[in-house]
Design a protein around this ligand. Structure first.
Ligand code: PGA
Length: 257
């Protein structure tokens, strides 16, 4: 039985006012509910502290969308793991496709960041996913294997409990095209199989694998109901309480299924 995680990736959206209002609205939405799933919001860096204050003791966690792998020092424009921990972040999203394909991050860099976060106890949402051309060429599993191998290189089995994998087919992100529940489950099962082969069965069974890519209130329940889908990483639909609230509720309903 795996605890679901519903994570909102706000990307480069909101401002201070709207970010605070969204966080307050979500805190209100979950208030009084039995939070049997992890609920996470990941605002832009400048709003992390305000959002952390706005979610208060609602049980909602706050995460960053990136970090750097070096210790604090002369790295202009970067943000260290220590700084995220200092302001109460519990998680960091790493390897998102926009960082891979727009900002040029390699598996090697993502791996360094993953190890830096884990070394300090910061949880990692590690994103993997194939491009449309990969899927059409029948290379989905090979791409997933390569990204898992690259991202988790030298990560000890004992650290896996601080990691959540997010499967996000790049062709489904922000496009309104969702992988069918069967396609998502198949990819998740493949990732779990990779974990079995490269770690062991218990590590694979315990790993939470989130689906991301055009998750909306009207498709969340079916996606989250798949045997290998343990939550969602949500972009566009995480920006309003009206959309994210029902997705959280779907996660609560499926947690420990
Ligand atoms: P989307 O984004 O829900 O807007 O498709 C998902 C993501 O990029 O994490």
């Amino acid at each position: 039985m795996r605890r679901q995680m519903i994570a909102g990736n706000w990307k480069m959206n909101t401002n201070l006012e709207s970010g605070k209002a969204l966080a307050e609205g979500l805190a209100k939405h979950v208030s009084g509910k039995d939070l049997n799933a992890d609920v996470l919001v990941c605002p832009p860096f400048p709003y992390l502290q305000a959002v952390k204050a706005a979610v208060g003791n609602s049980g909602i966690s706050v995460g960053a969308q990136n970090c750097y792998f070096e210790e604090p020092g002369a790295f202009t424009g970067e943000v260290a793991v220590d700084m995220l921990l200092d302001i109460g972040c519990d998680w960091v999203i790493l390897g998102h496709s926009e960082r891979r394909h727009v900002l040029g991050e390699t598996d090697e860099v993502i791996n360094k960041k993953t190890k830096a976060a884990l070394a300090k106890g910061l949880g990692v949402v590690l994103c993997v996913g194939e491009l449309l051309e990969d899927r059409e060429a029948g290379k989905t599993n090979a791409v997933l294997d390569e990204q898992m191998k690259g991202g988790l290189a030298d990560v000890a089995a004992g650290d896996l409990s601080k990691i959540v994998i997010a499967y996000e087919p790049v062709w489904a992100i922000g496009t309104g095209k969702t992988a069918t529940p069967e396609m998502a489950d198949e990819a998740h099962a493949h990732i779990r199989g990779w974990l079995t082969s490269n770690y062991d069965q218990s590590a694979a069974d315990a790993m939470r694998i989130l689906y991301g890519g055009s998750v909306k209130p009207n498709n969340a329940a079916e996606l989250l109901g798949q045997p290998n889908v343990d939550g969602a990483l949500v972009g566009g639909a995480s920006l309003t309480v009206d959309n994210f609230g029902p997705i959280i509720d779907a996660g609560l309903a499926q947690s420990g299924k």
